[in-house]
Write a protein that binds this ligand. Structure first.
Ligand SMILES: [Zn+2]
Length: 147
């Protein structure tokens, strides 16, 4: 049974990974920290993965959760890794973002709450019409096991 107390506890402390900013700062590179924890954006065409085409999984650089599969990555020519779908419906959390005078949809890692990038509805060439525009600094890549 789900009583209200349990629900409240899950809501207030619902992330499996909860670290202090000091912990994040010591574990991440300065660029990763700026992007993941301070919602920064790397310069386009500078990241490690915008033009990366190997088969495998893209994981959260902060907590290791699998976020996107290479089969949903597409070439959007925007200079950031772009995906048309998250690895699973609950891996990426979406939040309204009013910063920089724009209304955008922010994409966060649900597991640890780190900033990944933004979601746009501007990819008619994909099956979903959506583009997750993600910073390379927010990602690590795991190659598929060749077996
Ligand atoms: Zn994460």
């Amino acid at each position: 049974m789900n009583d209200t107390t349990a629900t409240t506890n899950i809501t207030t402390n619902r992330r499996p990974v909860n670290k202090t900013e000091a912990e994040w700062r010591s574990e991440l590179t300065p660029e990763q920290y700026r992007v993941l924890r301070q919602a920064g954006t790397e310069r386009p065409f500078t990241g490690e993965y915008w033009n990366h085409k190997e088969d495998g999984s893209y994981t959260c650089a902060a907590c290791g959760a699998v976020l996107f599969g290479s089969d949903t990555k597409f070439d959007s020519h925007c200079g950031w890794p772009s995906f048309f779908e998250a690895f699973a419906p609950d891996t990426v959390e979406l939040k309204s973002d009013q910063s920089h005078g724009m209304t955008r949809v922010e994409a966060l890692c649900r597991n640890c709450g780190s900033h990944l990038g933004h979601l746009f509805d501007d990819a008619p060439q994909t099956p979903t019409g959506q583009r997750y525009c993600i910073n390379s600094a927010s990602l690590n890549f795991q190659k598929n096991d060749p077996t």
